[in-house]
Design a protein around this ligand. Sequence first.
Ligand SMILES: Nc1ncnc2c1ncn2[C@@H]1O[C@H](COP(=O)(O)OP(=O)(O)OP(=O)(O)O)[C@@H](O)[C@H]1O
Length: 382
Amino acid sequence: MRDLANSINAQFRGQLGRFRLDAAFTVPATGITGLFGPSGCGKSTVLRCIAGLQQLPGSRFSIAGDTWQDESLFRKAHQRPIGYVFQEASLFQHLSVKGNLLYGAPRHPAEQSNGQSIGFDEVLELLGLVPLLDRSPRHLSGGERQRVAIGRALLSQPKLLLMDEPLSALDRLTKDDILPFLERLHERLSLPVIYVSHDITEIERLADHLVLMRAGEVIASGPLTQVQSDPTLPLAASREAAVNFDAIVQRYDSNYGLVTLQLEGAELLVPAPPVAAGERRRVRIAAGDVSLARQLPQQSTILNALPTKIVSATPLNASEMVVVLALGDGTGGARLLARVTRRSWDHLQLATGQQVIAQVKGVALAPGRGDRSRDPSHSPTA
Ligand SMILES: Nc1ncnc2c1ncn2[C@@H]1O[C@H](COP(=O)(O)OP(=O)(O)OP(=O)(O)O)[C@@H](O)[C@H]1O
């Protein structure tokens, strides 16, 4: 049982027209929780319930030991300390950016939030808003408007930030511009965030925990990598199946332009711009980029040939299977996914519990703060 004082506990049940919501999850009250699922599965409805905008009898919600609703209590929307960021930023056109940011901000934030206030200057710096302060919202790009909306939500001193598809109205390049700002918020603020998206690449980039929904129900929740690597869930079986890790930079080899990253149970070599030792960077390894070998390849261009143990193997279709691997000797190492053909599986006489070598042909490394390119670079590691 998770410690209630440090968790978000949600249970929303009820009928909305023809739609039945029966969603319950418990996640830590820290970091970013991604709420992911197909269109119409109920993600926005869950956020509306958390915000107190939708009341369903018999529902419960608490965060860090503070109950917002249960059988006998229902705090109205304005009594819930939340920031809400929507797909389209609704800014006041008659106010400047500064006016918009300060709208709704408590006058004495430190008194209102037990000293845990988010400062005006800090928000400006985190979201790069200084050059925009005197501008009218009419003259902002979509990405700039969204940054202002996020800043305004933060300055209301919320205890929980709800983000409902905040990037989905933006084009690819603008999205890539905003993601590093969100990563910085995540790094610097301890504010818990529930982030709704139907774009798995955003979730992979930002989330620490994941709640998977389908048809009004929560089908899984847990740490991101754990949910990604569960072969019984739809993510591991999808074409885009991948796992993400937060790895620590060990060293940088400027001679070859390679960074060494430490994961639980393995080290990875990845081509990258110079990066300082000790930095934390998120990596993504796609199932389709991992192949298996019985032995360490003697002469190969593959940079990352990692000892692993086969945890499970699940057929995907007539020709392919998804294999879950534990890095290292299988005790406590991070999990990887590999998509292999059934023919190769039989040919190599592979079996659950066996030690095998995972050959990682490519790794996507999320950019660091100093990187010029903001798109996660997918580098062949062969
Ligand atoms: N007040 C309501 N009355 C009737 N039906 C509702 C109500 N609110 C939501 N629904 C229905 O609930 C379902 C879930 O909607 P919701 O917007 O939560 O899904 P979603 O997962 O956020 O979808 P998307 O990713 O497309 O935004 C939809 O079929 C919607 O029509």
